[in-house]
Ligand binder design. Structure first.
Ligand code: C5P
Length: 230
């Protein structure tokens, strides 16, 4: 039994914002790109600050920004710790986990780039972890047919679309399960993959189209339209 089944002790959130943002091409780390006049990271932290039972927040940014100027306009949640990330997302998450209050029984890992994620998604994920899941990811049904391909670009298979989900963040875990998965030393593009590979079952809950990841200039334009409308 994991400690998520004991009395709730609080939610810890690792917000990863240490990516370079090269695909966005904004000339600065993506987390500090303005969206509706505020840094993207500020939008992400606004959602995090509203999570029920929040106890601890780790904000993981590029090393050169930990002590730099340029934080104007970013409202850090009370007691948040800022820490330097690594070259891979997995390393950045591990750096955040290391500074999170160890008393948290549930840990969420969230991409700052999913800056408009509604708080209802956070709440759904926490609720499913507290209900006993070893890992929880928000996911959406896939609308395109997806092909697997070889290195030459030839199709090797067509998975049944009804069994596919495009997954988002926040991803949630009992703290001990996530720490164990990271201690394995494996690297993956999300945390659920590490938890799956260490033998745990991960559950999918309903995601939200607003939890899309700002990756390209088109994504940023979409986010700008959404915040202008709000
Ligand atoms: O690169 P990717 O799209 O997977 O990034 C998802 C999130 O992980 C982004 O918020 C990005 O800032 C973060 N990241 C990180 N450290 C890295 C790479 C990505 O914190 N080395």
């Amino acid at each position: 039994m994991t400690d998520a089944h004991a009395a709730p002790r609080g939610v810890g959130v690792v917000v990863v914002a240490a990516g370079s943002g090269s695909r966005l091409g904004a000339g600065r780390p993506k987390a500090f790109v303005p969206l509706g006049g505020r840094p993207l990271l500020d939008w992400a932290l606004e959602g995090v600050a509203a999570v029920a039972g929040l106890r601890s927040v780790a904000v993981v940014v590029p090393a050169e920004l930990v002590d730099a100027d340029g934080w104007a306009g970013v409202a850090l949640p009370p007691g948040a710790t800022v820490v330097a990330g690594g070259a891979e997302r997995t390393e950045s998450v591990a750096a955040g986990l290391a500074v999170l209050d160890p008393a948290c029984d549930v840990v969420l890992v969230h991409d700052a780039a999913r800056c408009l994620t509604p708080v209802s998604v956070f709440d759904r994920v926490v609720e499913a972890v507290r209900a006993g899941a070893d890992g929880v990811v928000p996911g959406l049904a896939v609308v395109d047919t997806v092909k697997t391909v070889d290195t030459e670009g030839y199709v090797t298979g067509t998975p049944d679309r009804s069994g596919l989900r495009a997954v988002q963040t926040p991803q949630g875990f009992p703290r001990d399960v996530l720490l164990g998965a990271h201690a394995s030393g494996m690297v993956a593009t999300d945390d659920a993959a590490l938890v799956e590979r260490t033998g745990h079952r991960v559950r999918v809950v309903e995601g939200d189209p607003l939890a899309f990841k700002v990756t390209t200039p088109d994504d940023l334009a979409r986010a700008e339209r959404l915040v202008a409308r709000a």
